[in-house]
Design a protein. Structure first.
Length: 454
């Protein structure tokens, strides 16, 4: 039924509608020139709007990146604060260790003094044993002079002499052991109290205090490095804060520019609509007529389905979109999917073939939901392949962007828009789109969207 639709060059399609029989040739030429210029303006405005969208997306990404960087810097600062606290604690522990070692050194010095006292006592015992042995020797001599009368005393004197000899030997052994202990303990006391002795003895030997000094210096270096890092991080944080401010200003300017470009695009679209509706046959006229005729056919088909009870109005106007698990981009299901899959394809596919350069012809409900797309875009999704899915699996999806929502909710005889279509993977196509309302039982169901290259 769409065979009579065909696109002609603008310069050979000066057709006057019944509503404008008095238009002179100059006025028609002026309208055509205005239409071409307005169409070019719409193209540039759409390109500008798309560029601003891209720049805004970059600015938003930069803001997110800066926020993430600030969070990481805060983590670094917390770690640096912890390092600082640990190094301060380490210094305090080193001081406690030093004090403890000094206390141990003092105690060891006391042990040395005690050993000296024991050595003196052992020396006195040796002297007493020596004197006892002399006395026993003299007593033994006197007992031998006394003959038989001193025989018993002589035995006792000999025993005392032997005992004093053993006591003297033991005392000397004690003194020798104490001397060795004294040297070792004095060396230990010297190490603990950081009193090094002569250089020749101490060469190549690290004392305990020297080790403490090394650890203390290492902790101090760590603390100094942490402080320097904290200062550097604070500087970076300040710079990032400045960057955040600049990016925020840029986003505000971009938002304002985006609104201005949107206003320019809207004005150009309204001008194109006015020119197309004023009785001058333009390049957009065949597409406007096609979308209006197809929208009427969709409306009639849906009303017939309701009348034959293939679907209820409640199900046909279902807005309870159910997210389909595992889909990306997200797809949704409704209670009228089966019906549109049966009724829409033949109508939509015929409309695509009616005129050249048509990219798609689809019916959207008033929320921008596309239940059934054209065959080429109704491919099953590939798990994990978002770019391919975005370009090839466009059915069961909600397109509530500026263009999609405006077309879906338009109630005027037609709506003409210019925009960039996202094909996924950073690829965009510049399109014109004309939409006409779809009504069922007197209620606005949605809109028929027909997009074409220009």
């Amino acid at each position: 039924m769409f065979s009579w639709f065909h696109r002609k060059p603008v310069e050979t399609t000066v057709v006057q509608y019944a509503a404008a029989p008095t238009m002179n040739h100059e006025l028609i030429q002026l309208a055509e020139t205005l239409e071409r210029d307005t169409s070019g303006l719409g193209c540039e405005a759409a390109q500008l709007r798309g560029s601003l969208e891209d720049t805004t997306a970059v600015a938003n990404h930069q803001t997110e990146t800066l926020a993430s960087l600030v969070a990481k810097l805060q983590d670094i600062v917390r770690s640096q604060d912890q390092i600082h606290a640990e190094t301060v604690g380490g210094m305090a522990s080193m001081q406690q260790a030093r004090e403890s070692v000094a206390h141990v050194g003092r105690e060891v010095s006391g042990v040395v003094e005690t050993l000296h006292q024991v050595s003196d006592a052992a020396q006195q015992i040796t002297q007493v044993a020596l004197q006892t042995r002399l006395v026993a020797f003299n007593a033994s001599v006197e007992a031998k002079r006394a003959g038989e009368a001193g025989a018993g005393f002589s035995v006792v004197a000999d025993a005392v002499k032997d005992l004093s000899t053993q006591v003297e030997s033991i005392s000397k052994a004690i003194m020798s052991t104490i001397g060795q202990l004294d040297q070792r303990i004095q060396s230990l006391a010297s190490d603990l109290t950081d009193q090094g002795g002569d250089a020749a003895k101490g060469e190549g030997r690290r004392t305990f205090h020297a080790a403490l000094h090394g650890v203390e210096e290492g902790v101090q270096r760590i603390s100094a490095a942490a402080d320097a890092s904290r200062q550097l991080t604070q500087g970076v944080n300040q710079e990032i804060s400045l960057m955040e401010g600049e990016v925020g200003k840029a986003r505000q300017e971009l938002s304002a520019a985006f609104k201005r470009s949107d206003a320019v695009l809207t004005v150009s679209e309204r001008l194109m609509e006015m020119i197309a509706g004023c009785g001058v046959h333009t390049a957009d006229t065949p597409y406007i007529e096609l979308v209006q005729q197809t929208a009427l056919q969709i409306s009639a088909t849906l009303e017939a389905a309701v009348a034959s009870r293939r679907v209820t109005l409640e199900h046909l106007f279902d807005e309870n979109y159910q997210a389909m698990a595992g889909t990306q981009p997200q797809q949704h299901a409704t209670r009228f999917n089966t019906l549109t899959d049966e009724l829409f394809p033949s109508i939509q596919e015929e409309a695509i073939k009616a005129l050249p350069d048509v990219v798609f012809c689809i019916a959207a409900d008033r929320n921008g939901y596309i239940s059934t797309h054209n065959h080429i875009y109704c491919q099953p999704q590939r798990p994990g392949d978002v770019v391919w899915n975005t370009a090839n699996s466009r059915w069961r999806r909600i397109f509530n962007d500026r263009t999609g929502l405006a077309s879906a909710r338009n109630k005027r005889p037609f709506l003409l828009q210019t925009y960039r279509r996202d094909m996924g993977g950073g690829k965009f196509v510049l399109l014109k789109e004309v939409a006409a309302p779809i009504t069922v039982a007197g209620k606005h169901w949605g809109g028929l969207r027909l997009a074409y290259r220009f």
